[in-house]
Design a protein around this ligand. Sequence first.
Ligand code: SF4
Length: 251
Amino acid sequence: MSLALATKIRKHMVSAISDYHMLAEGDRLMVAVSGGKDSTIMLLLLDEIRKRAPFAFTLDPVILDQKQPGFDCAAYSDWLQNQGMNLKIISEDTYSIVKDKVPEGKTYCGLCSRLRRGILYNYAADNGYSKIALGHHRDDMNETLLLNMFYVGRIASMPPKLFSDDGRNTIIRPLAYIPEQWLRDYEQELSIPVIPCNLCGSQDQMRRQEMKHLLRDMEQRIPGVQSSLQTAMKNIRASQLLDTKLYDFQG
Ligand code: SF4
């Protein structure tokens, strides 16, 4: 295992956790894992951070079995067990609902992820978890920024920390500063028995893929563009934009 890479990712996670006040003494953290590389690496390194933290908090990995055909998390659960983690499995058949409600030819992902979010949020609130960690990384945030700008006409991304509207949940994204390439490289060293997400065979979020490819192309021409995009999100000049709600042009 490349200690240097694991250490680099962990240090950037600690910076994000600290910058956005993601964790505090006594937190009970539910780590929502999908069986993919991002959330799994987040889980392993959060546990390392927990062991070194100057304050006490606990964490539990939780996965949702949505009853997609062929979904099997047994190997993944065993692998986590070997890493000293006890995976909690929630089973809810959202697959049948999605098949039933989404018209033929339309993509399932929107409804599927809304239902998944609702179930995980309820589970966290009912089981006394103070926060939920999600495995979105820097590149996911950049893609969301472009999606919002290009398709919605809004400058917004995924927040590193979010309080849900009903006040029941706090969501954190400890991978906010992590480029996906670091996670890909680290995955090679871990041999995670990944559970693929698109077992349902639906179109896989075409627009997001489009943004991913666009950013990859741009990175070839403008090295460091992904990091500049993230820096831009931390450096908003309201007076140099056009939003009259953010800046008092009259005054
Ligand atoms: S790919 Fe399948 S499992 Fe993943 S969000 Fe879309 S519908 Fe849900």
